[in-house]
Write a protein that binds this ligand. Structure first.
Ligand code: ZN
Ligand code: ZN
Length: 309
């Protein structure tokens, strides 16, 4: 079958590879891209296997055994480790990660598959993966009415949509006009800067942005770190953490239940997938589209990869 394979930073090749083997094989109909994929292409990523590596983790398609339409979850928690037993399956210490959506077929454990509700298009279903991570992140913060989201990428905008749906007053901080306009369309408010907000979601994933989030939150407020930084230490304003009791919560990944919840929100229209969908490309167009989509200032949209295109 054909697949987009990373051979090293910046070196993506579409090539013939062996058929995937696993519990269930899914014919990929749509795989969406996100910032992580752009990072994987540009610099590599700790979660990638050794090169040559398959990637793509927001994948929807059809089971080859039953014909059922499914979202292929990017992870299957073990169910038995301490984190899983405590109900925090997003933190599973023995997680099976499932990459390889940018291919004609992908193999996955049955436990990682989620039925796609009703007539939800495949490309929309694939977005349940990042949306589930946003649902998880919202749950990591207190129910403050006034909220800021730092960063108007697709994750920041999905967070903004979920918070607006919950009746919160949401400001999305981004220096790019196009992204502020997107925030306005989602029931939030795009702003260039804001201060003194009791709850801040950081959705950039850079050490400077973590620092900014802790600096800008109100005294006694909470910061939820949604964007992952490269491994290593990050310096934060210590006086704010101690003398001003700023709480900092990490938010990582999602649980299988949150994936189903995300599918339901996309299916009933509460979250309009079209607001996040960008160009549709085949496997051959992925490298170019992924590079240009990550240009600063562009509207935040996900590419839709259709392997049979
Ligand atoms: Zn993603
Ligand atoms: Zn586990």
């Amino acid at each position: 079958m054909r697949a987009a394979i990373l051979h090293g930073p910046g070196d993506l090749r579409v090539e013939e590879v062996a058929e995937p083997r696993g519990e269930v094989v899914v014919e990929v109909r749509a795989a969406t891209t996100c910032g992580t994929d752009a990072k994987m292409l540009a610099h590599g990523h700790p979660a990638l296997g050794p090169y040559p590596a398959a990637f793509g983790h927001e994948t929807a398609g059809v089971r080859t055994d039953t014909g059922e339409r499914v979202l292929v979850g990017d992870s299957a928690p073990c169910g038995t480790c301490a984190a899983c037993r405590a109900g925090r399956t997003n933190l599973c210490r023995a997680m099976t990660w499932i990459f390889g959506g940018f291919a004609e077929r992908i193999a996955a454990p049955a436990a990682a598959l989620h039925p796609i509700p009703g007539g939800l298009p495949f490309a929309a279903a694939a977005m349940a993966e990042p949306l589930a991570a946003c649902l998880h992140a919202v749950g990591r913060g207190p129910r403050e009415r006034e909220v800021a989201v730092l960063g108007g990428g697709t994750i920041g905008l999905m967070l903004a949509r979920l918070l607006a749906l919950d009746g919160r007053e949401v400001a999305v901080v981004d220096r790019h006009t196009a992204r502020r306009a997107q925030a306005d369309d989602l029931g939030a408010r795009g702003v260039e800067a804001i201060g003194d907000v009791p709850l801040v979601f950081e959705a950039v994933g850079r050490p400077e942005a973590w620092h900014t989030a802790v600096s800008m939150v109100a005294t006694g407020g909470t910061v939820v770190l949604v964007g992952g930084c490269p491994a290593g230490d990050v310096a934060l304003p210590g006086a704010r953490l101690h003398y001003e009791e700023v709480d900092v919560h990490g938010a990582f990944h999602h649980t299988p239940a949150e994936v189903d919840e995300a599918l339901a929100l996309l299916s009933n229209g509460a979250v309009d997938h079209a607001a996040f969908a960008g160009a549709t490309v085949g496997l051959d167009g992925l490298a170019t589209a992924l590079t240009s989509a990550s240009e600063p200032g562009a509207a935040a949209r996900k590419l839709v990869v259709q392997p049979d295109r």
